[in-house]
Structures are given as C-alpha cells and as structure tokens.
Design a protein around this ligand. Structure first.
Ligand code: FAD
Ligand code: NA
Length: 388
C-alpha cells in the first residue's frame, strides 16, 4: 500500500470533486477518508424499503444552480428529474403557498387584490414603524412585510429555528423577506433545478468510480492508530485537502465556532400521501417542529416503484449544536466571524493542507456553490501543490 499522492479528508461534495479532478487532470493516486460509514457527506441518501422513498439522511437536499460550469460538470455524472420545488405552510388551520406571493396574500386577507393593490397594502403595513431603527427581529420583520404577514408566517417559525423569542433576536438575522406580487410559487429562481434521477448516492459514487481513487470509511483524520492521520501525513509532507471543521483541525485552541443542528423525527403513515407535497412548513407555535419532509413526493416519477399505501415523513426540530452534534447552520455572530478570521489565517499558514467545503470554511453553502468552489480550489490551490 504505497502512500497516496493526495489524501482528502471528507467524502462530501468538496472532497469528491477534488478527487475526481486530481485523477482526471494529473492521473495521481488519491485516498479519501471519512469518519462516517458512507460517502456523500451531507448530500447522502438511502432508499426506504417499506415506502420506496429516497430519504435524505441529513435533511432535504434540492439541487439548483444558475452556474453553467457547475451544471455541465454535474451532468457528467447524473441525469436530473424535472422536479420543481414548491413549499406550503400550515397556519391557523389553513394551508398557504410559500414563498409569500399574491396567492398567499389574497388567501390570507380574503381578497382579490391586483399586484399593485397588494403592493400598496404591504407597503402601508410595513410603514408601521417608519422612522425608527428596528431594535430586534420582530421590528425588522414588521418593517419588511408588515405585522400581519410577519406574525402569521415568519415570527413563530423563526422562534422555533432559533429556540429564542424574536424580540430577543438581533434584527440582522433577516435582511430580506421576499414577497412576490404574482402567483409564482416556484421556490428557486435558478436556471436549472432537479433531483438526481437515480438518487444522490449513485450520482456521487459515479464521480469517484476510478481505480486510482481509494475510499476508506469510518476513518478519523485525528485517530493516530490509523496511518492516514494528521500527524503522520504532515510529517511525511503528503498533500492534504481537509473538509472537516476548521476549529477541530487546530484542536479548538482559539475556541469553538458555533452551529445550529436539526433533529429529525421519523413518522410513518398507513396512507399513500400524507401532505400532498414534499415540504410542509408549520408556521405556528403550537406545532413544535419547523417543517416536515415527505420524501416520496420528491420523486413522483417513481410512483410505480413506491408503496401506494405507506408514506414516511421526517419532522425537523432545530436547536443549538453541541460539539458532538452534526453542525448544520453556522450561527455567525460577530464573535464567530472574528474567531473564524483567526482560524482562517492559521489555515492559510498550514503548509501542504488546503481547507475547503462548508466545515473547513465555516459557512453555509448550497451544493452548487461547493462544486464551484472545489473546481476553483483544485485549479488554484491543489494542482500547484501536486506539481511541486
Ligand atoms: P460535507 O458534506 O459536510 O462533507 C464533509 C465530510 O467530512 C463529512 O462526510 C464528514 O463526515 C467528513 N469529516 C469531518 N471530520 C472528519 C474527520 N475528522 N475525519 C474524516 N472525515 C471527516 N444544498 C443544496 O444545494 N440544496 C439543499 O436543499 C440543501 N439542503 C441542506 C439541508 C441541510 C439540513 C443542510 C445542513 C445542508 C443543505 N445543503 C443544501 C447544503 C449541502 O449539504 C452542502 O452544500 C454540501 O453537502 C457540503 O459539502 P461539503 O463537502 O462541503 O461538506
Ligand atoms: Na434544503
């Protein structure tokens, strides 16, 4: 077992893209290690035998992009379905379309406003606090879309996401609340969207289907009883791409970066379709979860292979993450930002190691952004290291 030319820590989208590029461009031997028992990172999914649903293990993942380089790249490894993402919200015993649009507004106010009339109404309601600086998230929400819609669709949902009363949350958490003055409730505005036709895992496995790429699962970079550990690789001068948490790499010596996580509660129903859509938000305080995902409805084209009498739903509960939880959303307070800037400087000084991906750079990125960053990082950082 010769030492690989490149070791990649993390078999998520960033790591897999770097591996694919290194082999295609330079023909080197790459080993990818991951602490989990599967590849794909947070985009991993598996089939549920009872219902025929494809369950996204780390939360619902929808692929969407306007980046033509990324779209061409991902299409080398998978076809995409023509799924179009739409989200609905249950509020006060009624179901409304999201994002807030003319359909939501006219249903909520029992009206038949034209676009111009609806806009005039929302502008007037948003003027309630005119001339004052928003002191907290409630003020900010009211100033953006007016009190009625803010309180119905945003306030309690945000409180559940943050486990904090919005009167105690900073206004800066929400910069914009888009309202559409037409009936378009297509969730994403990107040029392309869809789901991988035969699933996330088959897609991501095809990216690394090459004898020069070796994957070692259940292997921790920091475990010195396995040969591809941090100390051994740095001493041997082997190039490393690290996509784990940046604070963990430095043994948290400057402190911990803070994240939110999500707990998923699986519920099974003896019926073919429970919500009639893939994502149902719960906007009110009396339902403790933020939203529910009905995975079968992401793949209506598979109806013939799905169980017509059973469905599976995951309810999402949001909370602050401890060190042992899956980190999902960076909290990004000013304190976190300052701390990350310090870790970033240390990472830049680390010879032979390239930091990347959402954990390595403490950021929330959609998948297409991670593909794009990995393609750029390969060219600018990794290939020069491999040619040294
Ligand atoms: P990851 O996928 O996190 O991969 C990092 C890998 O490193 C992991 O597999 C981890 O096990 C491994 N690792 C960490 N530490 C070690 C160690 N010490 N040793 C070995 N291995 C280690 N994007 C979209 O485009 N659309 C969506 O709808 C969408 N929904 C999302 C929903 C949720 C709840 C979340 C959290 C994210 C969502 N995303 C979505 C974002 C998407 O998941 C990410 O952009 C993408 O998966 C990040 O890839 P990555 O390679 O940077 O990181
Ligand atoms: Na998502």
């Amino acid at each position: 077992n010769a030492t690989p030319d490149l070791v990649i820590v993390g078999a998520g989208i960033f790591g897999l893209t770097i591996a694919q590029q290194a082999v295609e461009k330079l023909g080197v031997n790459v080993t990818i290690i991951d602490i989990r028992d599967h590849i794909g990172g947070n985009a991993y999914s598996y089939m549920d035998p009872e219902t025929g649903a494809e369950i996204h293990k780390y939360g619902a993942h929808l692929f969407h992009t306007s980046n033509s380089r990324v779209w061409e790249y991902v299409n080398r490894f998978t076809k995409f379905t023509d799924y179009v993402h739409r989200v609905y919200a249950t509020h006060d015993g009624e179901v409304f379309p999201l994002p807030i649009n003319l359909g939501t507004i006219n249903q909520f106010f029992r009206a038949n406003y034209t676009p111009a009339q609806a806009k005039a109404l929302i502008d007037e309601q948003a003027g309630e606090l005119a001339g004052t600086d928003p002191a907290n998230l409630n003020d900010q929400g009211i100033s953006l879309i007016g009190r009625p819609l803010y309180e119905a669709f945003i306030k309690n949902y945000t409180a559940k996401q943050w486990q904090t009363d919005p009167s105690e949350l900073p206004a800066s958490i929400i910069k914009r609340l888009p309202v559409r003055f037409n009936y378009n409730n297509r969730y994403f505005k990107d040029t392309w969207e869809g789901l991988p036709a035969d699933g996330y895992t088959a897609w991501l496995e095809r990216m690394i289907d090459d004898p020069r790429i070796t994957v070692k699962l259940e292997t921790d970079f920091f475990d010195e009883t396995q040969p591809l550990n941090k100390r051994a690789l740095l001493e041997a001068g082997v190039p490393v791409v690290y996509t784990g948490p940046v604070d963990r790499y430095f043994d948290y010596d400057l402190g911990e970066l803070k994240w939110r996580t999500v707990d998923f509660k699986e519920v099974r129903y003896d019926e073919g379709d429970h919500f009639g859509c893939a994502v149902m938000n719960f906007s009110d305080a009396d339902v403790p979860y933020t939203r529910a995902i009905e995975f079968k409805n992401f793949n209506p084209e598979r109806a013939a292979e799905q169980n017509p009498n059973k469905t599976v739903v995951w309810e999402e509960y949001s909370r602050f993450a401890n060190r042992d939880d899956e980190p999902y959303y960076p909290i990004n307070t000013d304190e976190d930002k300052a701390l990350y800037a310090q870790y970033k400087a240390k990472a830049a000084d680390e010879p032979n190691v390239v930091f990347g991906g959402r954990l390595g750079t403490y950021a929330y990125y959609d998948m297409d952004q991670v593909f794009n960053q990995a393609l750029i990082s390969y060219e600018k950082q990794v290939e020069p290291l491999l040619k040294k």
